[in-house]
Design a protein around this ligand. Structure first.
Ligand code: SAH
Length: 393
């Protein structure tokens, strides 16, 4: 077993059970990609068992802070079982569930979503990549399922020195699956969809949105960055009659239109617009349009805190336009999934947008990811999705 010795004072974050050690904190030692190492303080105390990543600035990701624990197949089986147990305790009302959410589940770099009878995994770190086969077997054993699709095609793998890897890891068959969320039928393709196929983190927010649309009697709904129309289906379920889904992905919009039919809604109540959101918002404003409810759920504008400035301007711009397009009394639900933009900063950005738009609004709810995307108190960096539900004053 190789040992990584930290520099003086750099043991603090591991002692607080934060699982990362950056390159600059390592004094001595090295290992192969994904190899398990013993991490110790400058004075030689045990800190963690961890996976080494020679090319990443996050040089070490801790598996365990317990010196007696061994990092082996049983370890992964235990962690996966604990993650699944948490979802059972959370009683998620859907067969689309995030089963493993990386660091928060003690498995840094591993994402696993369950869509009905199909598992989809992303192995995003050198450590999880090394243990891929063991993890795959443990996932099947813990769930009793037979199909596991790999979607390790995220750009973050490059930072770990890993290329993309996709395809069936276990089992095979069609890659299109259907899930039930709220009472809605939603289809996705685990091979072609974004990320693992669908955005499960917005599940509860879509359900809330349907309730708000119903409660407010909102008819005209604009769903920006709609992907496959989850919020559009929610709006139709809430009784909206003029729903526009805007996205720059043609295949995602085709699926959105399919979802309207699949759920028995009138296709005349829905328009799919293949366009840039920013340009669309400007055009709608020019045309004098107004909406009773608007969703702004853009992709990650700030991949890290270093991009926060530019991203802040981009968020402010779409929120300014969104607020201006809101009919008096209308609802705006606005999100950021940028880890580099905290909830407090996001609220400030939206406040700035309101100032520029000349619009005030009540914050009716602060929004976050569904609870199967947990955040732990030791790893607050894991929190990425934040949003606000605003009612125009
Ligand atoms: N709200 C969705 C998830 C949105 S993900 C849901 O509930 O499932 C972000 C979406 O933004 C993606 O579908 C992507 O295709 C789209 N997108 C990214 N940049 C865009 C742009 N400039 N204009 C329009 N859509 C864009």
């Amino acid at each position: 077993m190789k040992t990584i010795k930290l520099r003086e004072g750099k043991e603090r974050s591991l002692l607080r059970r934060h699982p990362w050690v950056f390159q600059g904190s390592v004094a001595k030692g090295g290992a192969d990609a994904g190899e398990t190492v013993r991490v110790e303080s400058a004075s030689g105390e045990f800190l963690a068992w961890a996976a080494f990543s020679p090319s990443s600035s996050i040089r070490v990701r801790a598996w365990s802070f317990d010196e007696a624990e061994r990092i082996d197949a049983e370890f992964f089986a235990r962690r996966i079982a604990a993650a699944i147990r948490l979802r059972e305790r959370l009683a998620i009302q859907s067969n689309g569930v995030r089963l493993v959410h990386g660091e928060a589940d003690g498995l840094p770099g591993l994402i696993v979503d369950r869509y009905a009878d199909t598992l989809v995994a992303q192995f995003l770190s050198a450590g999880t990549d090394k243990w891929k086969a063991v993890i795959a077997d443990a996932l099947l054993a813990a769930t009793g399922l037979t199909r596991l699709y790999e979607r390790s095609d995220s750009g973050v793998r490059q930072l770990e020195g890993l290329g993309p890897a996709t395809g069936w890891l276990r089992g095979d068959g069609p890659t299109t699956v259907e899930l039930t969320e709220s009472s809605w039928r939603l289809k996705l393709d685990v091979a072609e969809g974004h990320k693992t196929g669908y955005y499960l983190d917005q599940r509860d927010n879509r359900a809330d949105f349907a309730r708000w649309v119903r409660q407010l009697g909102a008819q005209r709904v604009l769903n920006c960055y709609s992907y496959t129309g989850g919020f559009s289906v929610a709006a139709l379920a809430g009784g909206a009659t003029e729903v526009i889904s805007v996205d720059s992905s043609g295949p995602a919009l085709a699926r959105a239109s399919e979802h309207v039919l699949l759920n028995g809604f009138d296709p005349a109540h829905h328009t799919a617009l293949d366009a840039d959101v920013n340009a669309t918002l400007r055009q709608l404003l020019k045309d004098g349009k107004q909406f009773d409810a608007i969703v702004l759920d853009p992709p990650k504008f700030a991949p890290s805190a270093a991009h926060a400035d530019r991203a802040s301007r981009a968020y402010k711009d779409i929120n300014r336009l969104g607020l201006k397009l809101l009919a008096p009394g209308g609802l705006l639900t606005t999100y950021s999934c940028s880890g580099g933009i905290g909830a407090e900063l996001f609220q400030k950005i939206v406040a700035g947008a309101g100032m520029d738009a000349g619009v005030d609004a009540y914050i009716v709810k602060r929004l976050e990811a569904s609870p199967d995307h947990p955040t732990t108190i030791c790893f607050p960096e894991g929190e990425y999705l934040k949003g606000l539900a605003l009612l125009r004053a």
